[in-house]
Design a protein around this ligand. Structure first.
Ligand SMILES: *[C@@H]1O[C@H](CO)[C@@H](O)[C@H](O)[C@H]1NC(C)=O
Ligand SMILES: *[C@@H]1O[C@H](CO)[C@@H](O)[C@H](O)[C@H]1NC(C)=O
Length: 222
């Protein structure tokens, strides 16, 4: 029995030794897949070398002590192209800072997998489509800035589930429908001052005021 186990162990070790030198790093692969789709005229992503053991030494990428990606800081980088589903694989991400670029296309619904995300800053880009309902799964989220894009559709009612939300800025888009009133959107007077939500819905010409209390919310018709 023991001998057979030893043989199995040796076989396993031999298999491991035969594996390629660079163990695949899923977060590095995800970031590199993103890079492949982007235009980067200022060479901001030049240090993103997929042959390194992990992406922790790449510029604009910050890892935690376990070498998992915690921040992506690409604000003001003149990058264009679309965001992709692979961003949803950065499950340890806390800060996604992609503001003031030329990103276009839709906000990937896979961002809803980023359970640790604290800050989602996609403002001042050219993003189109609607705000994914899946963002309501970002239970750690405190800052959501999607302002100054070309987003359409209504504000998903599900966002009211984001109980940690402190700031939401959806201004300067083309949203329609009504503004949710429950959850963090509530202005219930018993809320303590430090959980007051700062929000902005300015300049969405088709967006109406807060929905009336007691009315069943509906998203249709916009
Ligand atoms: C941004 O990139 C474009 C080319 O896509 C270039 O013409 C422009 O000068 C760049 N802007 C800055 C501020 O680097
Ligand atoms: C309103 O938002 C649109 C779309 O983002 C933008 O083009 C326009 O400049 C904004 N208007 C004002 C007055 O800020």
């Amino acid at each position: 029995m023991a001998a057979r186990r030893a043989v199995a162990l040796v076989a396993l070790l031999a298999l491991a030794a035969a594996a390629p030198a660079r163990a695949s790093n899923d977060e590095g692969d995800a970031l590199y897949a993103l890079r492949q789709r982007l235009k980067d005229p200022n060479g901001v992503l030049q240090s993103w070398d997929p042959t390194l053991v992990n992406p922790c030494t790449w510029f604009h990428v910050t890892c935690n002590q376990a070498s998992r990606v915690e921040r992506l800081d690409l604000g003001n980088s003149n990058i264009s192209g679309s965001l992709g589903p692979e961003l949803g694989r950065l499950v340890n991400l806390k800060y996604l800072e992609l503001y003031r670029n030329n990103f276009d296309g839709e906000i990937p619904k896979e961002l809803g997998k980023l359970k640790n995300l604290i800050s989602l800053d996609l403002y001042a880009n050219k993003l189109t489509g609607s705000i994914p309902k899946s963002l309501s799964k970002l239970s750690s989220l405190r800052f959501m800035r999607l302002n100054n894009n070309k987003l359409t559709g209504s504000i998903p009612r599900e966002l009211a589930k984001l109980s940690n939300l402190k700031v939401i800025d959806l201004s300067n888009n083309d949203l329609c429908g009504t503004i949710p009133v429950d959850g963090p959107f509530s202005t219930f007077p018993l809320r303590s001052a430090n959980t007051a939500l700062l929000f902005s819905f300015e300049n969405n010409s088709r967006l109406n005021g807060p929905e009336l209390q007691g009315l069943v919310a509906y998203d249709s018709g916009c």
